[in-house]
Ligand binder design. Structure first.
Ligand code: ADP
Ligand code: MG
Ligand code: MG
Length: 251
């Protein structure tokens, strides 16, 4: 589903290279974890996948279902089923969450050649999804993320993901800012989305999230490269020994 080949990318403004020859393959049906020390380029990779224009790809390619996405704008990528849950979800004053969800869901449906949802059906879907995430429905009448706590913002990201039914989900440190109960609820929400035709990339610092969302593969990102890949035991090894050993081995 996703094939990243020898990707090099830099910050457009300063020219600083952040992604330095990154290779990664993720298959449909797979849950892949990306781990790595702070500053290794995990969030940058997620932004580049989503198509944020502060970054320039200078070499390599990103294939999604065999097709290069590098020339596609973020809306085209989203229409094709790509979704990013942000590490730091943005507040959008003046846009009610319900309105935001309706526009997003209906543009997604349009891209799939489906009719817009009727209002009662739309409300039902949002209520159901919010219920499973234990979110207060009234909160969704407020502007997107404005005044939400850290944990509520993360739940709101997963709510969007559930409602948009993307094919490739990228979750950037969804666990940060969540207490243990919320972590369980959000993880259940993510696990419910596991399916043979969908891939989920979970970016995290901590093994504890991977106790709830058990990955098929684990990749260690360091200085803009994948320096080691393995199965879920790699995450346990990292928890035990830290990154130092793997970084030394790679060097
Ligand atoms: P991670 O998510 O793994 O913690 P990031 O992708 O956030 O790492 O950052 C990787 C490196 O790139 C860091 O050194 C960060 O400071 C730098 N960086 C990323 N984006 C920008 C930007 N827009 N401007 C300046 N530096 C950036
Ligand atoms: Mg970081
Ligand atoms: Mg990050």
């Amino acid at each position: 589903m996703l094939e990243i080949k020898n990707l090099h990318a830099r910050i457009a403004e300063s020219g600083t290279e952040i992604i330095r020859g990154l290779n990664l393959t993720v298959k449909a049906g797979e849950v892949a974890a990306i781990m790595g020390p702070n500053g290794s380029g995990k969030s940058t990779l997620s932004y580049i996948l989503a198509g944020r224009d502060d970054y320039e790809v200078t070499e390599g390619d990103i294939l999604y279902n065999g097709e290069s996405i590098l020339e596609m704008d973020p809306a085209e990528r989203a229409a094709k089923g790509l979704f990013l849950a942000f590490q730091y979800p943005m507040e959008i004053p003046g846009v009610a969450t319900m309105e935001f969800l309706k526009v997003a869901m209906n543009s997604q449906r349009k891209a799939r050649g489906e009719e817009p949802l009727k209002v009662p059906e739309f409300i039902k879907r949002v209520k159901d999804a919010a219920g499973t995430l234990e979110m207060d429905f009234n909160m969704l009448k407020r502007p997107v993320n404005v005044g939400f706590s850290g944990g509520e913002k993360k739940r709101a990201e997963i709510l969007q993901m559930k409602l948009l039914e993307p094919k490739l989900c990228v979750l950037d440190e969804t666990d940060s800012g969540l207490d243990i109960d919320a972590l369980k609820i959000v993880s259940d929400g993510v696990n419910a989305l596991r399916s043979p035709d969908r891939a989920i990339i979970v970016i995290t610092h901590y093994q504890r999230l991977l106790d709830h969302i058990v990955p098929d593969t684990v990749h260690v990102l360091y200085k803009g490269q994948v320096i080691k890949s393995g199965d879920k035991s790699l995450a346990l090894e990292l928890e035990e020994n830290g990154y130092a050993g793997i970084i030394e081995e790679a060097a």
